[in-house]
Ligand binder design. Structure first.
Ligand code: BGC
Length: 425
């Protein structure tokens, strides 16, 4: 990739937005997450239901994203649709995703495809999920089938999304229950009953922070890379990490160092040798003598009550390049807010941080914002608005916000005029 004269952004830089199947498609009924949303004692604020019906509306959605000027679309495939029962692959589901990929081609969007974005088939959960030693082979078999059928239309492959998210959440005091404590959590107990297994064996991807979970995810990633490369040796393959910018306030140095090591560096070290690492950063976490520090008094916060801190992305990109030593692709970055002006300022500052990295010679391949459309934000339901495009879920009408036009225009000019100077102090 050659540098363009007007900006540090290289030719071929990915400018895009991301989605994940379960958050937009609707009625992902064979998935473990659908099951968890609908058991008694669920911690999900509401079920995903029809979501934004992207499963049926993908053509208009893709056309809209391309019309904004974006160059790339990151989305995920739903394993629960492709392999609804163990060993039974759905030709219809594979054909559906082929049509999605073809629509991207028609509209000139490059495809960044995530093979696993948190959700798994319910049968996998019944088999011990992401702590079962058999899961890497099951995942590799699925990756092989997918790549055989769809690989020719994939530009970048992401194996697993945020294997380190549970470790980050556990570090800030959310979830990550050890197997022996799961029976006391109503959602796990109810899921276990539904699946006919012991509660200690309930191990969904996005909630499993155990050491066994780390080993299984790492082995699954490695097996997936081999499976994908067996039919597309030339394909760029990596995984995508939830890396927060970890800071220490006085007294919190040791805790911050531990979190940085266990949540960020451990996974970055495991990315060495991959074609790239995907970095997904939303802000920072500060640790002081009492543990996680609250947002500084008076600091603007997002809809989830966290400090708005776009500078975090530059720090995590630098850290990723230094520790993993492979090219970096920003595969998610965004803000939950009802105020799109706030989002636009956030995106502008984050992209300026990326430009500062590029100016220092760091190999960053793209900036993909989270997220294309307002959608199902997991346990928080539909309230948080991360979308660059608004969706009226009663009519399923899509309306691009100013931030969507800004990112599209930025893509059209390949970042002209965006430099490190746009970073807030
Ligand atoms: C996930 C997305 C999620 C986003 C915002 C990331 O952890 O990959 O699925 O919606 O953050 O919370």
């Amino acid at each position: 990739m050659n540098a363009t004269p007007h900006a540090p952004f290289p030719d071929g830089f990915h400018w895009g937005v991301a989605t994940a199947g379960h958050q937009v498609e609707g009625n992902n009924v064979n998935s473990d997450t659908w099951l968890l949303e609908n058991v008694p004692g669920t911690i999900f604020a509401e079920p995903s239901g029809d979501a934004i019906d992207h499963y049926h509306r993908y053509r208009e959605d893709i056309a809209l994203l391309a019309s904004l000027g974006l160059t790339s679309f990151r989305f995920s495939l739903e394993w629960a649709r492709i392999e609804p029962e163990e060993g039974q692959f759905s030709a219809a589901a594979l054909a559906h995703y082929r049509r999605v990929l073809e629509a991207c081609r028609e509209h000139g969007l490059r495809t960044v495809v995530t093979y696993h974005h948190f959700t798994s088939p319910a049968w996998l959960l019944a088999a011990g999920g992401w702590e079962d030693p058999g899961t890497p082979a099951r995942f590799a078999r699925y990756c092989e089938a997918v790549t055989e059928h769809l690989g020719d239309l994939v530009d970048v492959a992401c194996t697993l999304n945020e294997p380190n998210l549970p470790a980050l959440l556990a570090a800030i005091g959310i979830g990550g229950e050890a197997p022996e404590h799961r029976a006391s959590v109503p959602m796990w107990a109810a899921a276990a009953e539904r699946l006919g297994i012991e509660a200690r064996r309930v191990a969904p991807f996005q909630f499993t922070a155990s050491e066994a979970g780390f080993e299984v995810k790492l082995a699954a990633h490695r097996a997936a890379v081999t499976a994908i490369k067996s039919s597309r040796p030339d394909l760029m393959v990596g995984w995508t990490l939830a890396n927060s910018d970890i800071h220490a306030a006085p007294g919190g140095e040791e805790r911050a160092a531990t979190v940085r090591r266990e949540v960020n560096e451990r996974y970055l070290l495991a990315s060495r040798g991959d074609d790239f690492v995907g970095i997904q950063t939303y802000g920072r976490h500060v640790f002081d003598a009492d543990g996680l520090a609250p947002a500084p008094a008076g600091a603007p916060v997002n809809q989830l009550g966290e400090e708005i801190y776009p500078q975090g992305l530059e720090a995590t990109v630098r850290e990723a390049a230094a520790v993993a030593g492979v090219p970096v692709l920003v595969t998610e970055n965004g803000l939950a807010t009802e105020d799109d002006t706030q989002r636009l300022d956030y995106l502008r500052a984050a992209v300026a941080g990326v430009s500062a990295c590029l100016a220092d010679g760091i190999d960053v391949r793209g900036y993909i914002a989270w997220t294309a459309f307002d959608n199902f934000e997991w346990i928080f339901g539909y309230r948080p608005k991360f979308g660059l495009v608004a969706v009226d879920r009663d009519t399923q009408t899509r309306t691009p916000k100013p931030s969507a036009h800004w990112l599209g225009d930025t893509a059209r000019s390949n970042g002209a005029g965006i430099g490190p100077a746009a970073l807030p102090a």
